[in-house]
Design a protein around this ligand. Sequence first.
Ligand code: SF4
Length: 247
Amino acid sequence: MTVSLAPRATVRRGHDELRALAEAGNIELGSLTDHEASPAEVVAWVASNFGADAAAVACSMADAALPHLVAEQLPGVDVLFLDTGYHFAETRVTRDEVGRALDVRIVDVLPTQTVAEQDAEFGEKLYSRDPGLCCARRKVEPLQDALGGYEVWFTGVRREEAPTRANTPLIAWDERNGLVKVNPVAAWSFDDLLDYAGLHQVPVNLLVSNGYPSIGCEPCTARVEPGADPRSGRWAGLSKTECGLHL
Ligand code: SF4
């Protein structure tokens, strides 16, 4: 499918209406209960309450399970790729494969500065001195700008990934970005994710089978030993554990 550089514009409902919809949906889908809806049922709820033009999928291009899951019921949906300028070559290859293999529209979300411009203003390797600022400028702020064109976004956040994610609901009102946030695979394990990708033969980043179960920017992602915490390779040696997208 087409690779585009700009998100779609769409007519948005007001915050109060969207917030109420998120709260009702979370209850309807039994979020965080023992009768919680399946990922496909969560996507079906979105498809019945939002148009494809109003929805976006955030994808780090570690795998295409989430875009596939969503595109099954919202064909042509936008997939937002945060093009930080620091990605592994394998991640960029995966992004291109996803655009070819799935019925989605890839949207490259760019920071306001190139890496060279950031280096000129802040000095080289800002990620090693102030990763919080680097993530804010290259991920959080660009995503916030991009999400302004949508009513709902999907994330691949899973509860088992980190203690900070243990209580992730299926549906939430995203106050910071002003839209509904949907986490359809919140209950999935890493194996569930790989099983889905294998069953549906969707693209998976080559790094996943090479010791990188969690993939971010190259300077901030290290290989982890088998059995180790999958996210322990992210900002290894620093207290930072999240890029700030899912606070
Ligand atoms: S993950 Fe590292 S390189 Fe990427 S935006 Fe954050 S600090 Fe910068």
